[in-house]
Design a protein around this ligand. Structure first.
Ligand code: EPZ
Length: 418
């Protein structure tokens, strides 16, 4: 496995185009199971998570052709509703495929999903919601056996606005006669993108982006060509990197309103942010000011997927902050590694107390999950001396060659063999 070797102290300058959103591509790939026609998806990002999802589609019988950054998925030959553990356990998004399989085959046998180790990540909301719509489910020996032959339309209230449960329910209900209503639905931009994708194939879905999504059943979907949105978390990561390192970076291809909560927080750091169409320019000259109180929450609140990165920023800011992780119960694994670099952080339950220090020092640190590894890379960019960050397999799940993208902005970072 490889790791990153970083020499800290460089400012960042230049422009960077953001790749497609991992958390939009993954449910869209799952939704391809619903269609027995050709689907063309553009800006394919080649994250390892999207590669894992393509392997799942291929295991179901789909034919996939890669043409540079376009992939063509032909679902006509999909003939299985069974996802084995060695594939399902690679990604959280394998559970989204459950909804699509129920939509197409009215049955499924899916192993429990994998994903970043940031908490227990149960699927009880998925299961309970499907049961409310008449799906018979048995969980046995690590597999979920579903019979949706009697699935019916109706109203489901999610006890928590789960992104995955919302997406899975949307897909499972596409062909169900009548109107299915999802209440307390997740509102993330990736949910809106999934609705747009499904409707471009002929589905009749409305309300995504609000807490109430309506799905009117249709009989069939046809193929389409689609461009998923770009990745707001990758964009936010590079914005935070610029505030930490200092410099002048323009992030291209991202919708500022998808990052309103982050822009609001970064306003407090005394950097300058200019938004023009789909470009966000970040200019930072002085040591950032501490933000103070930071709370992650569901959209449109501050994304939990930016918590580790914004916490890294607080470790070198002037003043103290508290960071509350309200979405996942175990998403502070990056903190002991940041402390090895000289950060002053104390944890109590889901709250981290951060006192900003003048300087971090290079060290050998290990990333344990996707966004935590990103935060360690950001800390290495500002630390004195050399930092090695192990855990490239985590970062490659959701960043496309992060070392090349940061080096293109002037960072001294390379990928080396472990
Ligand atoms: C999606 O995960 C994203 N992953 C996550 O991104 C993101 O952090 C998360 O949404 C929240 O925005 C993908 O889209 C592939 P949830 P998901 O269901 O669907 C609890 C990244 O770094 N919950 O909204 O798994 C759950 O434990 C990844 O890109 C239940 O209790 O998130 C968590 O505490 C990490 N029961 C909370 O809800 C359930 O049945 C939010 O989970 C489902 C969820």
């Amino acid at each position: 496995m490889s790791k990153f070797l970083i020499r800290g102290g460089r400012k960042l300058f230049g422009e960077i185009s953001i790749s497609a959103a991992k958390n939009s591509y993954l449910p869209i790939l799952a939704a391809c199971v619903l269609c027995d026609d050709k689907i063309v998806l553009h800006n394919y990002p080649y994250y390892t998570d999207t590669e894992s999802m393509c392997k799942i589609l291929a295991s179901l019988g789909a034919r996939i052709v890669y043409l540079d950054d376009t992939i063509i998925i032909d679902g006509a030959s999909i003939n299985s509703s069974n996802i084995e553990s060695e594939l399902a356990s690679q990604v959280r998004s394998s559970i989204f495929t459950l909804g699509a399989l129920l939509g197409r085959f009215k049955k499924a046998r899916v192993a429990y999903p994998g994903g970043c180790e940031i908490g227990a990540r149960p699927i009880d909301i998925h299961i309970e919601s499907f049961r409310k719509l008449g799906v018979k489910i048995i969980e046995k020996h690590g597999y979920i056996y579903c019979d949706a032959s009697q699935m019916h339309s109706g109203s489901v209230v999610l006890e928590f606005p789960s992104v995955g449960a919302t997406e899975s329910l949307m897909m499972a209900s596409v062909f169900v006669k009548g109107q299915t209503k999802i209440l307390n639905a997740a509102k993330e931009p990736e949910i809106v993108d999934l609705q747009k994708f499904l409707n471009s194939m002929g589905a009749k879905i409305s309300g995504a982006g609000t807490g109430e999504i309506l799905i009117n059943g249709v009989s069939k979907l046809k193929g389409c060509s689609f461009v998923p949105i770009n990745d707001r978390i990758v964009a936010g990561t590079y914005m935070i990197a610029t505030v930490m390192c200092g410099g002048d970076v323009t992030i291209k291809g991202v919708k500022a309103n998808h990052l309103a909560s982050l822009l609001d927080k970064l306003d407090k750091t005394a950097c300058s942010i200019t938004v023009k169409n789909d470009k966000i320019r970040v200019q930072a000259t002085n040591r950032p000011m501490a933000i103070g109180k930071i709370e992650t929450s569901v959209y449109p609140g501050l994304p939990t997927d930016l918590q580790a990165q914004i916490l890294a920023l607080q470790t070198i800011s002037q003043g103290s902050s508290i960071v509350c992780e309200n979405v996942f119960e175990s998403r502070f694994k990056h903190i002991p590694e940041l402390v090895k670099m000289g950060a002053d952080v104390h944890i109590k339950d889901r709250v981290a107390f951060v006192r900003g220090v003048e300087k971090l020092y290079g060290a050998s640190v290990t990333g344990m999950e996707l966004r935590g590894t990103a935060s360690l890379i950001l800390a290495g960019l500002v630390a004195e001396g050399y930092t090695t960050v192990s855990g490239s397999k985590h970062i490659d799940r959701g960043y496309r060659k992060i070392e090349d993208e940061l080096a293109s902005l002037g960072a001294d970072i390379k990928r080396v063999q472990d």
